[in-house]
Design a protein around this ligand. Structure first.
Ligand code: BF8
Length: 624
């Protein structure tokens, strides 16, 4: 029953059946009594910042304040801030990791990688305040130093904030929420939330924007830009998604986590004749890489490497019995993967010294020697192939064609053509009403959500002529259903379909991993700069959503979008809900301050109606 209750596992119900009784998996835990969410924690009013508690607090009940007197709104705001700080830290430490790799490459301390995108390097150099005309090698070194400095800066403001529309920058200045340095904002926000510090929900929540902006326009944007410079700007590319991408006759390696460095190195090493020969020696035809989570999105976007699964599919990818190794770095790796792997011949290989897992093999990835590290990892996987129990392999047939790789640069070219690359055609089609507006569906998929929310919402939006962009695990889920393929054009509303047919792209555009939500910030800025849709992001007929969010990172993302002027709809639950006061502040007061707010929806139709109403209201304000 537990399995049948979970909409997500229905996707691969057949695989779950195989491990029934062998290993306890996440969907089973979801429905076990002890695994119900804590009611106070879920709505944000469990306070555990000191050891007089944890205190469970009910709004408006005097005796149910914390021992220290903390109110429900203070506690909910504190917990929300901690999520924002954690999400910001996570994306940003990823950004720092890439900046360090970039530093090593351009200072000739690392082998194998090189600058792939010189024009983008010059553009990034410009926004970091450098002279873009300098010789490329010299400039790259300066960019590496400047990028790393953004993390530890104490004063002034983050360099990429200057990429936002001028009016937005003024707003940030007036409100005092310009981020200074990435690390400083995370540290300060955590400081504010500890016992006896900031005890006014308004002050806390406003500060959460300053930190979140350091994610979107700081850590995440640095990650995206430096990854593009090193590994290439994504271009539209065909591939496939779902467990059917695993191959019976090859060494299957799933690359899971977030920073693309390991997966990029594995992709290069897996093509080397010596490694293919080693695989053949043990009876395999070759090496097959398949992605999971955001690492999957990174290598799908740039290399067309197929995606085996999103967050909710990581256990069952192993339960196919066909995976020799799951190679992980950081974030969103469930501890249970080692338990599932033990039931098979599979190795879980951790590669980051920041993220080890009991029961996994650790092969530290040396970013000075990426290919050598990758070869060691491949050899561990190849050695497992003869141990595969061929009778115990079951790879579901399900897979779906997708077209991914829609970076904001690519969208620019597609819309405007090579000789007048511009967002003008998009703005024109919004103004003339062929496209109603733009909606983002981002974030995780979640074992607790029974419905296929991403898919239902996306279908309804495109049918209503809304251009939909997606990132993260939402993108994989939507891809599994076929919406990332031009074959789904007939699901789009008539006028939107005409636009899509003219440029030949799918009705839903995959813009990348979760750090790549920064691409959406730049795309929105381009729309403002192109003209005709107002002077700031909050005037655009645009809305965001994370219908199945579960990670703190999603809250940080939502918050930087709101701070940047885009209303976001989250659900089905929300982390401040036990305090009406704090939740109302995020909706009404944020709307006054930033022209955008946090909204909550419980089901697909609520998501769609809030999103479409919002877009229509913005159109009305613009008089279009
Ligand atoms: O950073 S969408 S489950 S994989 S947190 Fe994690 Fe959520 Fe997937 Fe990527 Ni984003």
């Amino acid at each position: 029953k537990a399995r049948q209750d979970c909409g997500k596992c229905l996707i691969n119900q057949d695989v779950y059946e195989r491990i029934k009784g062998k290993v306890l998996t996440a969907p089973e835990r979801v429905n076990k009594r002890g695994m119900k969410p804590c009611l106070f924690g879920k709505g944000g009013t469990c306070c555990n910042v000191c050891h007089m508690g944890p205190c469970q607090i009910i709004e408006g009940v005097e005796e149910m304040r914390g021992v220290c007197g903390a109110t429900a709104s203070t506690v909910a705001a504190r917990n929300f801030c901690r999520m924002v700080a954690a999400g910001t830290a996570t994306h940003s430490d990823h950004g720092r990791g890439i900046a360090e790799a970039f530093y090593s490459v351009v200072h000739n301390e690392a082998e194998d990688f090189e600058i792939k995108e010189k024009a983008k390097l010059r553009m990034v150099a410009h926004y970091l305040g450098l002279d873009r005309k300098k010789p490329i090698k010299e400039l790259a070194k300066e960019v590496a130093v400047k990028a790393l400095e953004e993390f530890g800066k104490q004063h002034g403001r983050l360099a990429f904030l200057s990429r936002a529309p001028e009016k937005r920058q003024e707003k940030w200045r007036e409100l005092g929420v310009e981020s200074r340095g990435v690390d400083r904002e995370v540290v300060e926000l955590i400081h504010r939330t500890t016992v006896g510090v900031d005890q006014d929900y308004r002050s806390l929540l406003k500060a959460s924007i300053r930190c979140a902006l350091a994610d979107g326009w700081g850590g995440s944007m640095l990650a995206t830009e430096l990854q593009d410079i090193l590994f290439g700007i994504p271009q539209p590319i065909k591939s496939v998604v779902n467990l059917g991408v695993l191959k019976e006759d090859m060494v299957n390696i799933t690359v899971h986590g977030h920073e693309p460095e390991v997966a990029e190195a594995l992709a290069i090493a897996a093509q080397l004749p010596e490694m293919i020969k080693e695989a053949q020696k043990v009876g395999a035809k070759g090496i097959n890489l398949a992605g999971i989570c955001c690492t999957g999105n990174e290598v799908l976007m740039r290399r067309g490497i197929p995606i085996a699964g999103s967050f909710v599919q990581q256990e069952i990818a192993l339960a196919t019995g066909a995976v020799e190794a799951m190679v992980v770095d950081v974030q969103c790796i469930m501890q249970n993967v080692t338990t599932v792997a033990e039931a098979y011949h599979t190795a879980i290989i951790t590669t980051s010294d920041k993220a080890k897992i009991e029961g996994a093999i650790h092969i530290a990835f040396d970013h000075h020697k990426p290919i050598e590290s990758a070869k060691n990892i491949l050899r561990e996987a190849i050695a497992r192939f003869p141990k595969r129990d061929k009778k115990d392999v079951y790879i579901p047939k399900k897979k779906m064609d997708v077209v991914a790789g829609f970076s904001h640069e690519t969208i620019l070219y597609m819309l405007g053509g090579r000789f007048r690359a511009s967002y003008k055609p998009l703005n024109e089609n919004i103004i003339n009403g062929r496209i109603l507006g733009v909606a983002a569906i981002i974030g995780c998929d979640n074992f607790r959500v029974k419905e296929k929310l991403h898919i239902e919402i996306a279908k309804e939006l495109i049918a209503n002529n809304v251009l939909v962009v997606v990132t993260g695990c939402a993108a994989s889920a939507i891809g599994r259903d076929g919406l990332l393929s031009p074959d789904a054009l007939d699901l789009a509303g008539e006028s939107y379909r005409e636009v899509l047919e003219a440029i030949g792209c799918p009705p839903v555009l995959h813009m990348g991993s979760c750090v790549d939500n920064s691409r959406i910030l730049i795309a929105l800025t381009e729309m403002v700069h192109t003209g005709g849709l107002g002077d700031d992001i909050d005037e655009l007929p645009v809305v965001g959503s994370a219908p199945e969010w579960m990670s703190e990172k999603a809250i940080a993302i939502g918050n930087y979008f709101v701070g940047s002027g885009t209303t976001v709809v989250f659900g089905p639950t929300f982390p401040t809900e036990n305090s009406k006061i704090a939740t109302n502040y995020l909706r009404e007061d944020f709307n006054q301050m930033f022209g955008a707010s946090w909204r909550i929806a419980r089901n697909a139709s609520e998501f769609v109606s809030i999103m479409i109403d919002h877009i229509r209201k913005k159109r009305e304000n613009l008089g279009i």
